[in-house]
Design a binder for this molecule. Structure first.
Ligand SMILES: [Mn+2]
Length: 424
């Protein structure tokens, strides 16, 4: 469902006077306010299909009601988010959970909603019903060539689905690894995985990218075969120019300096994409910016600095996506919060005075460096984010409209109390 246009308009009108006062104050204080608003309007964050339903833990899953039951309903949910914030104009599919039955129909629907298809995601971390061979001991790393071949074929199948929908990238996340010392020969596991990735890479269309996502631990707890950015970069370098590292914020060991990782990957031209979420302990899949918004800002600061250094287009040259799914919030409300947090951090990073920071760094003026960063971080940019949404036809306060329109109540009436959106 989409929100009634007149309700959206009423909402914006009711907040407009106060909004304009705040905007005038922002513009008086920030000389690049207009530029920031323009960049925010261009910025789009892809929504993963699996975040539209309530996530679970290995202990249980509590359905929220009104969750999308199929791909069309998932697209409808993303279209609603995009209607409200004008920044969620892309959807990332998971195969086999979201195999498009009728690609042509799905494409037409996406066009009607103004959505495009972001990276398609393969799945060799689960056994599917009727699957011939098991991934219990890994997929591309497996000691049995037949299992490796099955995983390669699945990834090529995923590319085909993506091509049908107009997607331009494949994200490969492997759960491969080992749970106990001695279980695996690290070198053989790496080589087998590389060979598999090479076959998948060879099946990529000319204008496609492959994102190699890493993760420090879980589901394997002793070693992961793509365990950190060094290993991912090694694969990406060996694969070729269409292969890139994908950084998922939750896939690091505690206290890792993710902003430094981002900076160096950008320097090497090997940062391909991003999965946003937040965490306190591990891969917690919590709402972006809910635990450590300063870290998110520092990451964006390096992204902006690094992209500018390479003359990259902020909105188009990297894949931006949310990857979170948990179990206590309305997933759509959570996604509105996530996108808002991303735009806030991005806007704050755009406020960093790069020349002044560079000058302070060259003078070893450590205090001034911190002042410059924190001055940007402590600026309230919410009005700039709201203005970008308003100018693009969205809501000044997307979450508020979502609640005023009683979206979840309508969705439950339409789809029922107990529906399941993900394949977990
Ligand atoms: Mn991820």
């Amino acid at each position: 469902m989409l929100v009634n246009a007149s309700l959206l308009q009423q909402h914006n009108e009711s907040l407009l006077a106060t909004h304009q006062l705040k905007l005038a104050a922002n513009k008086a204080e920030l000389e690049n306010a207009e530029k920031v608003i323009g960049l925010l309007s261009d910025f789009q964050v892809a929504i993963p299909s699996w975040a539209l339903g309530t996530g679970g833990t290995r202990f249980g899953r509590f359905s929220g009601g009104g969750e999308p039951r199929d791909l069309e309903e998932k697209m409808a949910d993303v279209a609603l988010l995009h209607q409200l914030n004008r920044s969620s104009g892309a959807i990332s599919l998971h195969i086999p959970w979201d195999i498009p039955g009728n690609p042509e129909k799905v494409r037409t629907l996406a066009e009607q909603y103004g959505l495009r298809f972001d990276a398609v995601n393969s799945n060799t971390f689960q056994d599917q019903p009727g699957q011939k061979l098991s991934y219990k001991f890994g997929s591309l790393q497996h000691v049995d060539k037949a299992v490796r071949q099955q995983a390669i074929e699945h990834n090529i199948e995923v590319i085909k689905h993506g091509v049908e929908l107009g997607s331009e990238s494949l994200t490969v996340w492997l759960s491969d690894g080992s749970c106990f010392p001695g279980q695996l020969n690290f070198r053989k596991a790496f080589q087998r995985t590389l060979e598999g990735l090479q076959e998948i890479y060879a099946a990529l269309p000319a204008d496609w990218k492959m994102f190699v996502e890493y993760k420090a631990f879980e589901p394997n707890f002793y070693s992961m075969t793509v365990g950190d950015w060094g290993q991912s970069l090694l694969y990406a370098q060996k694969l070729g120019p269409k292969a890139f590292t994908l950084v998922d914020l939750g896939h690091h060991l505690p206290n890792a300096n993710i902003e430094q990782i981002v900076s160096l990957l950008l320097m090497e031209g090997k940062l391909g994409g991003f999965h946003f979420n937040d965490s306190k302990y591990g891969d917690d899949d919590l709402t972006v910016g809910s635990i450590n918004p300063y870290q998110l800002f520092l990451i964006f600061n390096e992204l902006v600095e690094g992209m500018n250094a390479r003359g990259m287009n902020h909105a188009r040259d990297l894949g931006w996506m949310i990857d979170a799914s948990h179990n206590v919030k309305d997933p759509l409300e959570d996604l509105l919060q996530s996108v808002e947090a991303i735009k806030i951090a991005y806007a704050q990073a755009l406020l960093v005075d790069a020349d002044a920071l560079n000058a302070a760094q060259e003078m070893n003026d450590v205090v001034q460096c911190q002042e410059i960063l924190q001055n940007a971080y402590r600026t309230d940019v919410r009005t700039l984010v709201a203005e970008a949404s308003l100018r693009s036809g969205g809501a000044l306060q997307p979450l508020q409209v979502y609640r005023e329109a009683k979206v979840r109540k309508h969705l439950i009436r339409e789809r029922g109390e107990k529906t399941v959106a993900t394949g977990l």
